[in-house]
Design a protein around this ligand. Structure first.
Ligand SMILES: [Zn+2]
Length: 238
């Protein structure tokens, strides 16, 4: 067995036997990894509260055939402002759940890791409605599904963009209207988020257009996940 060190965000944990936990990690070097934390549920555990979801940790692990074993854990960031606020816990949970659902085990993706740490830091600094949806949109882009938001996905026109077609993966003009109607202000926010100007989008006041971007992000992510599950036959039951 080989020993290795990595940084990770704790995605979720579940019980294993009397005193142990399985910890799902998103690591910098190896992507999603499932590892055992032995004795973590005992009050005398040397891991303490270091292996709770959202925590950013530096770890030492033994590589196992299916599960690795955590031998050391040091906290890099508790993200305390998230842990102490139910709204932020909810937003952080949706970000972690999206990562868990969209990634396969042991497929390294450092840009995704950086984006995840960045989203948690942003959420820690500012409880903004757009942080989780912006993460979803960028996650889809990272999956190679860059949503087209600058021009109509059918004809390329930049005028009268008024809806988002989940099927076509982009916005459409009034002539090719299909999918979910989206106000022009929301499309501008989408352009800022996907154009690398999230800071500008976050600086704007929250309006119904912001809420629309959030709803649409959730729908786009769900649409993608469902289609992928279908493609590997998980949803086909006769
Ligand atoms: Zn068009």
């Amino acid at each position: 067995m080989s020993l290795y060190r990595d940084e990770a965000v704790v995605v979720r944990t579940y019980r294993l036997g009397e005193a142990d936990r399985i910890v799902v990690l998103y690591t910098k070097g190896r992507g999603k990894v499932r590892a055992v934390a032995k004795g973590v549920r005992k009050t005398t555990s040397r891991f303490g509260a270091r292996l709770e979801p959202t925590t950013h940790v530096a770890l030492q692990l033994y590589e196992g055939r299916t599960l690795d074993t955590i031998t050391q854990a040091e906290t890099l960031d508790h993200f305390r402002a998230i842990r102490e606020d139910l709204d932020r816990i909810g937003r952080a949970s949706s970000v972690l759940e999206a990562v868990d659902q969209i990634t396969e085990e042991r497929e390294p993706n450092e840009p995704l890791y950086s984006m995840l740490v960045g989203a948690l830091r942003a959420l820690c600094a500012d409880d903004h409605l757009l942080i989780a949806p912006a993460f979803f949109w960028k996650l889809l882009a990272l999956e190679g599904l860059s949503p087209v938001v600058d021009s109509c996905v059918v004809c390329g026109s930049e005028q009268d963009l008024c809806a988002f077609s989940l099927e076509d993966g982009g916005v459409v003009c009034s002539e090719h209207r299909r999918g979910v109607p989206v106000p022009a202000e929301s499309i501008v926010l989408l352009q800022l988020i996907l154009g690398g100007r999230l800071g500008v989008a976050l600086a704007q006041p929250v309006t119904p257009a912001t809420v629309e971007v959030e709803h649409l992000a959730t729908r786009a992510l769900e649409y993608h996940l469902e289609r992928r599950l279908r493609s590997i036959g998980v949803l086909d039951r006769g």
